[in-house]
Design a protein. Structure first.
Length: 217
């Protein structure tokens, strides 16, 4: 890397057999359709996986029939300034006051939360903190366009009503899950995390990358 090149931080979970999937979901597996060693002219691999394994963008179709699928996700939501906050010491339901005790958020478009409960360790976490409904409502009112988590979901593991998903999608905000923020300090970054253009699915894998813009105030 030359002095003129920006430092890019890959915050994607590496996909491989053994990457933890949501319990009961389709695990990631891969194999070879053709191999040079087997006499083919090229190596060609094959992959089977739920789109929710590893780092991904949920689509509104994930929680409601008739809502937009993965091919309809707005690219603008996944590109632009993002704030990374460390909430590893937060309570299980994070209020706006608790969030702003870390740093004030008078205006925020993209918020990435580092909970420390991540599948990047190789283990599916038992629990993880989530934002309270009142906190999500307040952040949407302040311009939130994307919420990203290093945990497997923006909602709690046992939730069936999925209030945070519903509020974010109803507010035209995007969702990223299973980020790897273990080596990312809290700061202001530029986020690039474009979903694959998969037709009418409930989620799409992303390669999520950060470029530092400025330190938090």
């Amino acid at each position: 890397m030359t002095a003129a090149e920006p430092e890019l931080r890959d915050i994607s979970v590496t996909l491989n057999p053994g990457t933890p999937e949501w319990p009961g979901d389709t695990a990631f597996s891969c194999g070879w359709a053709w191999t040079i060693a087997g006499g083919a002219s090229v190596n060609v691999s094959s992959v089977t996986s739920s789109p929710h394994v590893g780092t991904h963008a949920d689509a509104p179709l994930h929680i409601r029939d008739g809502w937009p699928g993965s091919h309809e996700l707005s690219l603008n939501s996944y590109f632009g300034p993002a704030i990374v906050l460390d909430v590893t010491s937060a309570s299980e339901e994070i209020s706006l006051e608790e969030l702003e005790s870390v740093t004030p958020l008078p205006w925020v478009e993209r918020l990435l939360l580092k909970t420390g409960r991540t599948i990047a360790t190789g283990v599916f976490p038992e629990t993880w903190p989530t934002l309270s409904e009142s906190c999500v409502r307040a952040l949407l009112g302040r311009g939130l366009r994307l919420l990203g988590m290093d945990s497997p979901s923006v909602d709690q593991r046992e939730s069936t009503s999925l209030p945070v998903h519903n509020m974010l999608f109803a507010g035209n905000a995007a969702i990223l899950e299973n980020l790897d923020l273990r080596r990312v300090p809290p700061d202001i970054y530029e986020l690039m995390a474009f979903p694959l253009k998969l037709m009418a699915l409930d989620a799409a894998p992303v390669r999520a990358v950060l470029r530092q813009i400025a330190p938090l105030p």
